[in-house]
Design a protein around this ligand. Structure first.
Ligand code: SF4
Length: 135
């Protein structure tokens, strides 16, 4: 499958799809991309709200609508996506060799030794650099 172009990646980031696009490289969403998408959406919403406020003036419902827009369009999709991301991290932590390794960083699904994203199929180091987590 072809890799997504820069514009397609930006569109996916802005839309913050609930499921990874078909053919996406794994992992498609990480904590950083989710936060980045939320900030981008909030920035666009705030800009739109300020422009509309300039043009039409604030009414008594204006800031209530603004807060609902910021939460419902800006932050809520990111929150839902973050919960889904955490569920996938939990699955990986429980079901893979990397999940039980001390070099696995669950924040971005990264192997800190190889600086590579970990997939659910096989450890990039083929198990050679695995070390148990310390409790
Ligand atoms: S060192 Fe190997 S087992 Fe540990 S996280 Fe990296 S790839 Fe996975």
């Amino acid at each position: 499958m072809d890799k997504a172009s820069g514009i397609e990646q930006l569109r996916d980031l802005f839309l913050l799809r609930m499921h990874e696009p078909e053919g996406a490289e794994h992992p498609y969403y990480t904590t950083g991309s989710i936060i980045g998408a939320a900030l981008l959406r909030v920035a666009v919403i705030v800009t739109a709200l300020l422009l509309l406020n300039e043009r039409y003036g604030a009414t008594k419902w204006w800031w209530t609508i603004a807060l609902f827009a910021l939460w419902g369009i800006g932050a809520y999709p990111a929150w839902v996506q973050y919960r889904r991301f955490n569920e996938s991290v939990d699955k990986m932590t429980e079901g893979t060799l990397c999940g039980s390794c001390r070099h696995f960083n669950p924040t971005n699904l990264l192997c800190m030794v190889l600086d590579e994203h970990v997939t659910s199929e096989a450890p990039p180091c083929e198990g050679e650099a695995w070390e148990p987590k310390q409790s």
